[in-house]
Design a protein around this ligand. Sequence first.
Ligand SMILES: C[S@@+](CC[C@H](N)C(=O)[O-])C[C@H]1O[C@@H](n2cnc3c(N)ncnc32)[C@H](O)[C@@H]1O
Length: 268
Amino acid sequence: MTDRPGPPPDHRKPDLAKGVFPKRIFHGRRKGHRLRSRRQALLETYLPKIGITLPAPGTGFDPKTVFSKGPPEVWLEIGFGGGEHLVHQARAHPNTGFIGCEPYVNGVASLVRAIDDQGITNIRIYPDDVRDLFDHLATASIARVYLLFPDPWPKTRHHKRRLVNAANLDSLARLMEDGAEFWFATDHGGYCRWTLAHLLRHPEFDWLAESPRDWRRPSGAPATRYETKSAKAGRGSTYLRFRRRPRGASAGPQSDMLPHGLTGPDKG
Ligand SMILES: C[S@@+](CC[C@H](N)C(=O)[O-])C[C@H]1O[C@@H](n2cnc3c(N)ncnc32)[C@H](O)[C@@H]1O
């Protein structure tokens, strides 16, 4: 007889079709300082109107349906922080629907306040872990994805927490439309190399860089709050843009574009 515990009775392999979802741990802050009363009130009264509630396990939804006018395209920002970039883009592209995803409640409160103050109608918020949203978004339903300055998790033992990993890229490849762009930015050299290596190995993405200018923030895109702080501290930032290949296109991964010594990182 052994005293080693077996798996818990409800331990099952994730199978999205059967509604068995991966058990996820969110590594990050959910709450900061106490919210001022107006922000708290807006979270209670306004967020329910513009927040996304996920459907039942195993069910998908078309993100266009969460907007009253059914926009021609929906763009997604993952980890919007205080929402400044998202607000800028939503104002610049009033006919596009935007979904912002952020588990940090103080950031969500800042965005809700900006939406209310500025009368913005084309933003919806998922105030939680984007990986849960991935499970439900319909295939080929998102026309652009921003992942700007995600937590770099610099220690090797924490690399598996990075949002850029094989599983999340597979999710993005599924939910992005053919030709949709994925924008990534970081001030961390290691995370930049990691992301390039992951995307170049992935069969569904092409890197769009053609000249050194393409590593910089594209014109018309504002610096995010994190980027501004990082620049003040003397750090430079890199932008990477990728395109989701048309479904059925037969080209292989771009691994031959990997810079010397970057043979592909982890299995994460
Ligand atoms: C370094 S901050 C950058 C915020 C903002 N993009 C900027 O540039 O100012 C990274 C953000 O990603 C969010 N984040 C981390 N894990 C996430 C997840 N699983 N889903 C959605 N957002 C996440 C964090 O809460 C945090 O606000």
